[in-house]
Ligand binder design. Structure first.
Ligand code: THU
Length: 133
């Protein structure tokens, strides 16, 4: 049977992985944890680079890790920053590749949830696979 991940567990996983952030340029640590419909959790942190555009956001690291492990169907994403910052536009676009109504929890690093929303609210009228077929 697939284990159900509680949202508090997912937020905790995001808090923990945010500690791995490589963010010497912004000093803004981000952690993301996404659970697949099979109940597997994938985590990611932001990884910055001296050549700034070569860095990547925490959410995309988590999603790309999941996809590279064969998981593309997701049921919940948690994002943690010190101040409850929202996912950026590029990450929203990547999320939309795999889900149009992904539930998203945003939390600060104390585990206080600041937003519970869905991707369709964060990225309405999105560009997607149907547009390029
Ligand atoms: N960042 C994320 O990891 N996720 C977002 O959705 C927004 C921004 C990172 C990128 C960069 O390393 C730092 O936060 C400051 O922009």
């Amino acid at each position: 049977m697939t284990k159900t991940i509680k949202k508090e567990e997912l937020v905790l996983a995001a808090i923990n992985v945010s500690k791995q952030a490589h963010a010497p340029y912004s000093n803004y640590r981000v952690g993301a944890a996404i659970v697949s419909k099979n109940g597997k959790v994938f985590t990611g942190c932001n990884v910055e680079n001296a050549a700034y555009p070569s860095g990547i956001c925490a959410e995309r690291v988590a999603i790309f890790k999941a996809v590279s492990e064969g998981e593309k169907d997701f049921s919940l994403l948690a994002v943690v920053t010190k101040n409850g910052g929202m996912p950026c536009g590029a990450c929203r676009q990547v999320m939309s590749e795999f889900s149009n109504n992904l539930p998203i929890i945003v939390s600060n690093d104390k585990g206080e949830i600041t937003q519970e929303t869905t991707l369709d609210l964060l990225l309405p009228h999105s560009f997607g696979a149907n547009d390029v077929s």
